[in-house]
Design a protein around this ligand. Structure first.
Ligand code: PEP
Ligand code: MN
Length: 258
């Protein structure tokens, strides 16, 4: 458990992080920021540098995205989580965000882990889609070894033979990681399923399994999204998700917590 400002991560109340997959424009980013803030969200996601499978796909706005992060952060007071993809951009990405995200594809990038471990900001480390629990735990230890104890682990699905979902959400990772590490554990129901229609049920499952929070993708118009539209929630569905989370909170009797 640790705090970022007055937000407790890994405490009694689960935390929802929401926002677009990628920052696409000022209009899109502000629209999502305002909508999620209206529902009490305190931490906004949004990628400026995007790790895309295809080099032909939208790669993120890069520095322009970082400028928009600064604008939104200042205008709304929201805390920002955004992904750092390499050691070259760590300084400038780290300067504008409150939580540094290390993506699934970089979980085993040990030189990046060491540098981020030294950087001194909270980190969300996402599980590699081919990584075992033990490999994930050891990757987190790279951050801790450099002196960074403010580490959030995020289960984001692993690759299996199943094709109905983009990945397979390994729900047992949640209690296992809590047994094996002292770190708060989040679930990403968006990337683990690749389907907006599974985000609410998988959020329920994550919280029931003891997750300290979830991170979900929200877009004003998912069909027009430049990245991950199929798994992004539109505003009405995001509001349903928040209703569900709020109604579940009294039942989350996490040992020693509520
Ligand atoms: C993301 O959360 O923006 C992302 C790219 O997810 P992952 O690294 O889990 O694929
Ligand atoms: Mn995404």
């Amino acid at each position: 458990m640790f705090s970022i400002g007055d937000i407790v991560i890994g405490g009694a109340k689960p935390v929802v992080i929401a926002g677009p997959c990628a920052i696409e424009s000022r209009e899109q980013y502000f629209a999502v920021a305002q909508e999620v803030q209206r529902r009490g969200i305190r931490i906004l996601r949004g990628g400026a540098y995007k790790p895309r499978t295809s080099p032909h796909a939208f790669q993120g706005l890069g520095e322009e995205g970082l400028t928009l992060i600064q604008e939104v952060r200042l205008a709304t007071g929201l805390l920002i989580i955004t992904e750092v993809m390499d050691t070259e951009t760590l300084e400038k990405v780290g300067a504008v965000c409150d939580i540094i995200q290390i993506g699934a594809r970089n979980m085993s990038n040990f030189s990046l882990l060491k540098k981020v471990g030294k950087f001194g900001k909270p980190v969300m480390l996402k599980r590699g889609y081919m990584a075992t629990i033990d490999e994930f735990v050891l990757a987190a230890e790279y951050l801790v070894k450099e002196g960074n104890h403010q580490v959030i682990l995020c289960e984001r699905g692993i690759r299996t033979f199943e094709t109905r979902t983009r990945n397979t959400l390994d729900i047992s990772a949640v209690p296992l990681l809590k047994m094996l590490t002292p770190h708060p554990v989040f679930v990403d129901p968006s990337h683990s399923t690749g389907r907006g229609d599974l985000v609410i049920p998988m959020t329920r499952a994550a919280l029931a399994a003891g997750a300290d929070g979830v991170m979900v993708e929200v877009h004003p118009n998912p069909r027009k999204a430049l990245c991950d539209g199929l798994q992004s929630l539109d505003f009405p569905t995001f509001n349903l998700l928040m209703n569900e989370v709020e109604s579940l909170i009294p039942y989350l009797t996490r040992e020693g917590k509520l």
